[in-house]
Design a protein around this ligand. Sequence first.
Ligand code: HEM
Ligand code: HEM
Length: 189
Amino acid sequence: MNQQSTKKYDFLSRAFHWVTAIVVISAFVLGPGDFGQIMRDGIDPATRGDIVWHESLGIFVFVMTVLRLLWVACRPPVSHTKMPSWMQVTGTLVHVVLWILLLAVPTTALLSLGTESHPLTLLWGVQVDKLNVLATSSIAKLVDWGDVHKFLGDVIVWVASIHAAAAIFHHLILKDGVLSAMLPYKWFR
Ligand code: HEM
Ligand code: HEM
């Protein structure tokens, strides 16, 4: 499996991938432990830069993921590195889990804000109150959406870390070009 020539992902796929990775990690870092409670205590979220940035970056991830999935559906097929089928299947499964989490983490955040009647508060003073119609809906009583969001926010970072470790293993041990296919240039080849 040494040094096979691997077709790189196209420019747009690579750009989407790395911008998403940076923004997800930034949103995670800006997820202050107590801010659900701060909002329940009645603070105006617009006065908290960490809340505004967390919500804005998270919404950006959602919009980018929708655009990215549209691109995945239309892009030219990527010729993947040859590897044992169990490895191929596991890799694909991890990608599917990441795609689901990229959509589910922001969605559960919106459900959390709506069911607790908090506004969505974004950069440049944008505030959306309309989500609070969810507070009287049946989904409000299903679960504590804030807890689900916090849990999935941690899970996406764990799964992405395992995924990144696998990519580094491919690069350093299997030397099969999987990581280079996603890097901007022919780094480390
Ligand atoms: C990829 C995107 C996101 C990630 C990785 C993420 C991650 C997290 C994490 C880990 C926490 C818990 C912080 C802690 O307790 O230590 C959290 C809380 C929270 N996040 Fe996000 N988040 C994302 C997107 C969003 C979006 C889009 C919004 C708003 C629309 C949002 C709103 C909130 C709120 C309101 C809480 C507090 C929940 C509560 O305590 O009830 N997040 N987030
Ligand atoms: C939050 C962080 C991350 C997320 C959400 C994420 C998500 C994804 C997704 C959804 C794909 C499929 C892309 C497509 O088909 O266009 C992918 C591919 C890939 N990612 Fe990540 N990723 C993250 C971080 C990383 C990091 C840090 C590395 C490297 C150290 C990495 C290396 C790769 C590689 C090499 C591929 C291509 C794998 C293949 O062709 O089988 N990713 N990633």
